[in-house]
Design a binder for this molecule. Structure first.
Ligand code: 4HQ
Length: 244
């Protein structure tokens, strides 16, 4: 997959996308990431990319033309037209299901907004989808774009190592993770659950599954509806939390 990010802060995006697993994936060629300075597509001598809103009111609006020129430039460099996403609180909230869909695209382009947003005509003409990372207000679209680029990248084959992939597979479908422990076996008087020290693989598996179920029921009960539990497990949880 190739990810293009249109931003007023390409160094910020480049920095985040150069470290750790994503940095490694770019070096190995599993993904390609390009961060574009929107100001390079401004056409006046002050390199302006924003202007006052028609109809008056506070703040500034990002002009359509520099964004269109930047996107058209990206389109010329790739085989397939990128799926164009505008990071915005007005979009649907990003979920793991949405990431699964997005991972199918060969090219994705992320637009980071600033100020009061982007000229609506650019959105109508070019944007395929608006996506939010949650119901809170940020100062710009860079952090949302980076959250999307990071979580999307780890879905792409070759980005995660075998060990890192295993972490993903061991996610009990839609449930929270079971608790983890490492050395020492006693830390400040607190012991590791003995079953994990027993070497009994079946008991360990059962313990972890139960922990995942109980934690999800306690902390994020709304996740249980969508997760695939056996009839037996649903009944066991019901008895545990609503008494027999
Ligand atoms: N913003 N999820 C305002 C967000 C946001 C979010 C991005 C702030 C766009 C203009 N984007 N700018 N939450 O708060 O995606």
């Amino acid at each position: 997959m190739r990810i293009d990010i249109i931003t007023l802060f390409p160094e910020m995006c480049e920095a985040v996308m150069s470290e750790s697993i994503i940095g490694r994936a770019r070096k190995s060629g599993a993904i390609e990431v390009n961060c574009h300075q929107l100001r390079d597509y401004a056409f006046d001598k002050h390199r302006r990319v924003d202007d006052a809103p028609y109809g008056g009111g506070m703040g500034m609006v990002m002009m359509a033309e520099p964004i269109a020129l930047c996107f058209e430039d990206i389109c010329r460099k790739v085989e397939a037209r990128p799926h164009f996403i505008y990071m915005s609180p007005q979009g649907k909230t990003l979920t793991q299901d949405k990431l699964k869909q997005l991972a199918e695209y060969q090219n994705v382009c992320l637009l980071c907004g600033h100020y009061e947003g982007v000229d609506e005509r650019l959105i109508e003409e070019y944007v395929d989808e608006e996506i939010s990372i949650g119901d809170y207000v940020l100062t710009g679209g860079e952090l949302p774009a980076l959250v999307l680029a990071d979580s999307l990248s780890r879905m792409i084959p070759g980005v995660l190592s075998d060990d890192e992939c295993f972490e993903q597979e061991s996610h009990y479908n839609g449930l929270l993770e079971y608790p983890q422990y490492t050395r020492p076996s006693v830390w400040r008087g607190k012991e590791v659950p003995p079953v994990l020290m027993s070497g009994h693989h079946k008991n360990i598996e059962n313990f972890r599954r139960e922990q995942s179920l109980v934690r999800t029921a306690q902390k994020r009960p709304e996740l249980l509806e969508k997760s695939d539990l056996s009839q037996e497990e649903r009944l066991a949880l019901k008895n545990r939390f609503f008494g027999k």
